[in-house]
Design a protein around this ligand. Structure first.
Ligand code: ARG
Length: 273
């Protein structure tokens, strides 16, 4: 999958622009997207019980606002739409701050969290995760003329970083660069801080970092934040007690892998065309 991320720069650039502009202008956090998704699902899931998915729609190409600035679209939405088609549910997407998603799933406010969420032990204490569906790593995004050359500079120096609150980038940076991390609810604001020179770098998932770099004339360092072999796996979060839904989702994901749906999805969001 990492290969896809590397190849994806050009394609993701366009999506990155959409995500950036919506990230900074979209103040409403509770945007419910009912018409679009229900419209799309009526044929196959007519009458299907609503499945409410929480995401932070600032993470192109996984979840971001389309050009109409109303519709939330992206890899996670297409994936969950397909899962819903297969399990007879009607998808409804809700934009929210990333740090509220796992808690929302845990307390039953959301049926699932699908937001490029990395499966971590800490999160697994609160919710269950589906089988992994994507591999990622943490990248370091800097201005093109930055003196920062790699991960070690961030550990040793007095550089500062912006992150999205409660993400793995936040958790790692806060541990390795204590007192030098600025947390933001939305990626658009973390990026704005970097663009304004208020911080020296941003720590975030590779695919999204590449998109921001292309769209904003920034660069992603070759070295990951952390060890080169550090990888993260995205999963769909489901409430602990909702094992039936988790089983349904896992079965759908396995079928989608087997019958080529994911291959097409990867091509749609991570190819150069
Ligand atoms: N993968 C990272 C994490 O789980 C970042 C996810 C951020 N997702 C988003 N839609 N903003 O912490």
């Amino acid at each position: 999958m990492k290969k896809f991320l590397a190849m994806a720069v050009a394609a993701v650039m366009v999506l990155g622009v959409a995500a950036c502009s919506s990230g900074t202008t979209e103040e409403t956090q509770e945007t419910e997207q009912t018409e679009e998704t229900e419209g799309e699902t009526t044929e196959e899931t007519e009458g299907g019980e609503v499945l409410l998915m929480g995401c932070s729609a600032d993470f192109a190409p996984f979840e971001y606002y389309a050009d109409d600035a109303v519709t939330i679209t992206g890899y996670d939405i297409d994936m969950m739409q397909e899962v819903c088609n297969r399990i007879g549910r009607t998808l409804q997407v809700q934009d929210m701050n990333f740090d509220a998603i796992v808690a929302g799933v845990q307390t039953g406010k959301l049926d699932v969290g699908a937001s490029g969420i990395t499966i971590t032990e800490e999160r697994q204490a609160s919710v269950n995760f589906s089988e992994p569906y994507f591999v990622a790593a943490q990248s370091i995004l800097v201005p093109k003329d930055s003196p920062i050359t790699g991960y070690q500079d961030l550990i040793d120096g007095d550089y500062t970083a912006s992150v999205q609150l409660a993400t793995t980038g936040d958790i790692m940076a806060s541990e390795k660069m204590p007192g030098r991390v600025s947390q933001f609810e939305k990626y658009g604001d973390a990026l704005a801080a970097l663009m304004a020179g208020k911080v020296d770098c941003m720590v975030l998932d590779t695919g999204v970092a590449n998109a921001y770099a292309e769209a904003n004339d920034l660069k992603v360092l070759d070295e990951n934040f952390g060890n080169p072999e550090d990888k993260e796996y995205y999963g769909i979060a489901v409430a602990k007690e909702n094992t039936e839904l988790l089983d349904q989702i896992n079965a759908a994901l396995a079928d989608m892998e087997a019958d080529g749906f994911f291959e097409e999805l990867d091509a749609k969001y991570f190819s150069e065309s």
